[in-house]
Design a protein around this ligand. Structure first.
Ligand code: BMA
Length: 303
């Protein structure tokens, strides 16, 4: 399948690899959250080591390409809902607080404590306070907050398989079922996103609407990225959704890796008009691909 690759891979890829000398991150580093704040790129990345449990490491960078990491993880599993790991962080900053959404991989059978969409907050990205879940007792992940309140309320995308949903809350603690609604689902006529879809990083605010990067999978579990536009004042409305994907696995470390044919992104910070898309390649290493925000917007608008 031909894919117009709107994102340009950075020549230094992969920009972060497992550290063979560290027990907690010697197997895989992938699916990072990245936020640009105070002139620096800050990364929380998912790491797996000798025990296969996912923990979150912290790294910092001036240019978004070369990273310095802390020696110890900054966020480690706690309690039964996280017994097998904390996964796929996504970050926003609202007011003076950083909010992280992450998946708890628990010890129960599917449908109980197996997968939980969780929230935590921090003032400094290193010390974290847990807030709680978006819902309990269902397979729900790929949740991410909009980077500001809308109509005074927190808004989150989340994924009730196979669809992307939207949810509203006053305080991040209470999420009412009647304030959740499906946003969009797989398109059977579009093979690349015919199986399931889920949000990537936080939606990007533009004059044309919320630019949302998302992933779709096909029947063979190949991951690709697509883009759509949601109405600025009411993100329950999908304004545009091009049929073509914008990114697909291609490099050796994307088509092979620990899980083949996976590009999986939880972060798309915008710095000086450039969208930095960070992604896990093959659930094994971290890559960076970029595009001008204007070009992504033009594509989303169908230009
Ligand atoms: C999904 C995600 C990711 C992972 C991907 C591919 O379910 O939760 O953690 O990168 O599978 O294995």
């Amino acid at each position: 399948m031909r894919v117009r690759q709107l994102l340009t891979r950075h020549p230094a890829n992969p920009i972060l690899r497992p550290d063979p000398a560290a027990d907690w991150e010697c197997y895989n580093v992938f699916n990072p959250a990245v936020i640009h704040h105070g002139g620096l790129f800050h990364m929380l990345y998912r790491a797996q080591g000798l025990d296969w449990v996912s923990r979150l490491g912290y790294a910092v960078s001036e240019d978004g390409v070369h990273w310095n990491r802390l020696r110890r993880p900054v966020f480690t599993p706690r309690g039964p809902a996280e017994a097998r790991g904390v996964e796929d962080p996504r970050l926003v900053r609202i007011g003076d607080t950083f909010y992280m959404t992450y998946t708890g991989y628990g010890s129960g059978p599917p449908g109980s404590l197996s997968i939980s969409p969780l929230f935590a907050r921090s003032r400094n990205l290193i010390t974290w306070e847990r807030i709680g879940p978006l819902v309990r007792g269902e397979d729900n992940k790929d949740h991410v907050l909009f980077p500001r309140r809308i109509g005074g309320r927190f808004v989150a995308l989340h994924r009730r398989r196979p669809q992307v949903w939207l949810a509203w809350s006053d305080d991040l603690l209470t999420w009412r079922e009647e304030e959740m609604s499906p946003l969009f689902g797989p398109r059977p006529e579009n093979p690349w996103e015919s199986h399931k879809v889920g949000a990537n990083g936080p939606p990007i605010e533009t004059e044309e609407g919320w630019l949302m990067l998302y992933h779709g999978t096909d029947e063979s579990n190949v991951y690709r990225f697509g883009v759509c536009l949601l109405a600025l004042d009411d993100p329950r409305r999908v304004v545009r959704r091009p049929r073509e994907p914008i990114f697909a696995p291609q490099e050796m470390w994307e088509v092979r890796g620990d899980v083949p044919n996976v590009v999986f992104s939880c972060a798309n910070p915008v710095v000086d008009g450039v969208v930095y898309v960070y992604y896990g390649g093959g659930d094994h290493v971290i890559g960076l691909a970029t595009a001008r925000l204007d070009d992504l917007l033009t594509f989303a608008l169908g230009g």
